[in-house]
Write a protein that binds this ligand. Structure first.
Ligand code: 2HG
Ligand code: ZN
Length: 459
């Protein structure tokens, strides 16, 4: 133990702290896997007092702090590769309050998203933000990244569901922001500054979450689609006729990898694009509307094959085709891009980008999938086995530069929902003006004057 850690232990004799190499390896990285972890130590505070104490100690000692949730992020936001103290919220994982009148659930930041969803359901309500990492990611990290996912089309991002936040700033100050109010016209809404700040302003320690009534029973449909233009027509038609809860797309390459990873093949033939859609189907009439939508798209030639789940197990199998993609790609060490354009710009953007990729990198396996109903596309480039890591990253950074140029022509963003972190930091200036970045730096300097909060990330 270094002197600095000894001092921390003296201040907080009960604080759980580790320098065990296994813990350092495990907690020093997120799902990006690019940076070898090298933290100073891992701390697991059990109370807000301890979080504040650690932050004050870190200021005195000049130690950087990396707030750490489930570390399922894909932009390197939770990486500790430079002797930082990892502050894990794992032990702060309890429900603190449920209020049936306000329909709010107040939880500690280290609660897993799935546990939050289950807690809401116990009260006959839902917390509707949802994505595949639900079992591992934590609500504090969801807030810090303004996590999106598969139900944004219906419910919006995490931001929309945060009624209150407790945050420990970079100086160790505890802020109690918005306190569950629906209306609060009292100046700058600091809560919204923290949401999406990627741990650079402070540490989320508690959140008061708005809940809502569960949707009616739904139907899950898988559609095979011959072309991107057709897909956009299917989307417009679906929005017109159905009450959508999800509209997700993936390509044949994505399907290839989930199938190789053990998922069930949905159709005998292969098609260029697929959509998994979920929509309300409370009664026979709504179910008939689903079928009529499908038949209409088929007759128009926009859809060439399809499957409608007739049981929960079938619905889960269809969802697995989409939700299993990230896991199925992981062994291929993918370089990830997470971009957005306006929905109407999707086909032109995709066609242009795919043409560039085919011209410049014909041997790359490029897998497109994502939340097309939000204009959010995930573009994973898989590492060819005959290229070393360093040259692969170099080539992928060139791909990112091509993406940045193409996105600029289509008015898009280099990060839709994964954040900037370390991975996309070099390109922040492609989506935010100099004036905006200067303001962001100024805000950081006020919240975290010694620059100890997740330094090097985002800015
Ligand atoms: C998803 O939508 C996640 O499944 C992960 O945002 C995307 O792996 C990815 O690139
Ligand atoms: Zn996503």
């Amino acid at each position: 133990m270094t002197d600095r850690l000894a001092e921390l232990t003296r201040l907080f004799p009960d604080l759980k702290l580790s320098t065990d190499p296994g813990d350092m390896e495990h907690h020093g990285r997120d799902w990006t896997r690019r940076w070898p972890p090298s933290p100073l130590a891992i701390a697991w505070p059990a109370s807000i007092d301890e979080v504040q104490g650690i932050v004050r100690w870190a200021n005195q000692q000049g130690v950087a702090v990396v707030p750490s949730g489930g570390r399922t992020g894909l932009s390197g936001g939770a990486v500790a590769a430079n002797g930082e103290l990892v502050l894990s919220l794992d032990r702060m994982n309890r429900v603190l309050d449920f209020d049936p009148i306000d329909r709010t659930l107040t939880v500690q930041a280290g609660m897993a998203l799935e546990a939050v969803q289950n807690a809401a359901r116990e009260h006959g309500l839902i917390y509707p933000v949802d994505f595949a990492a639900r079992g591992s990611c934590q609500i504090g990290g969801n807030v810090a990244t303004n996590a999106g996912g598969i139900r944004v089309i219906r419910y919006g991002n995490t931001r929309q569901w945060i009624a209150g936040l407790k945050v420990v700033t970079g100086t160790g100050e505890l802020l109690d922001l918005n306190r569950g109010l629906i209306k609060n016209a009292s100046g700058y809404d600091l809560r919204h500054l923290v949401i999406g700040s990627e741990g650079t302003l402070g540490i989320v320690v508690e959140a008061t979450l708005a809940l809502t009534a569960p949707p009616p029973p739904s139907q899950v449909m898988l559609l095979a689609i011959p072309a991107m233009d057709a897909l956009m027509k299917v989307f417009a038609e679906a929005r017109h006729r159905l009450r959508l809860e999800a509209f997700e797309f993936f390509t044949d390459r994505a399907l290839h990898h989930v199938l190789a990873h053990g998922a069930q093949r949905p159709f005998d033939d292969a098609y260029p694009f697929y959509v998994v859609s979920e929509f309300d189907a409370a009664d026979a009439e709504a179910e008939a509307a689903g079928l009529a939508f499908f038949e209409f798209c088929l007759a128009e030639g926009w859809v060439v094959d399809g499957a409608i789940a007739s049981s929960d197990a079938q619905a889960a199998a269809l969802w697995r085709l989409r939700e299993g993609i990230t896991e199925s790609l992981a062994p291929h060490k993918p370089y990830k891009n997470d971009v957005s354009v306006r929905i109407s710009a999707v086909p032109a953007f995709m066609a242009e980008m795919q043409a560039l990729l085919t011209r410049e990198y014909p041997d790359f396996d490029v897998v497109w999938f994502g939340h097309i109903g939000d204009g959010n596309l995930h573009i994973n480039v898989l590492k060819p086995t005959d290229i070393d890591n360093a040259s692969f990253v170099e080539q992928c950074e060139h791909v990112t530069s091509m993406l940045v140029d193409t996105l600029a022509r289509h008015g898009g963003s280099i990060s839709a929902e994964h954040g900037i972190g370390l991975v996309k930091k070099p390109w922040l200036g492609s989506v935010r003006s100099e004036a905006e970045i200067a303001l962001m730096r100024g805000i950081k300097a006020v919240w975290d004057p010694n620059g100890i909060m997740n330094p090097g990330k985002l800015l």
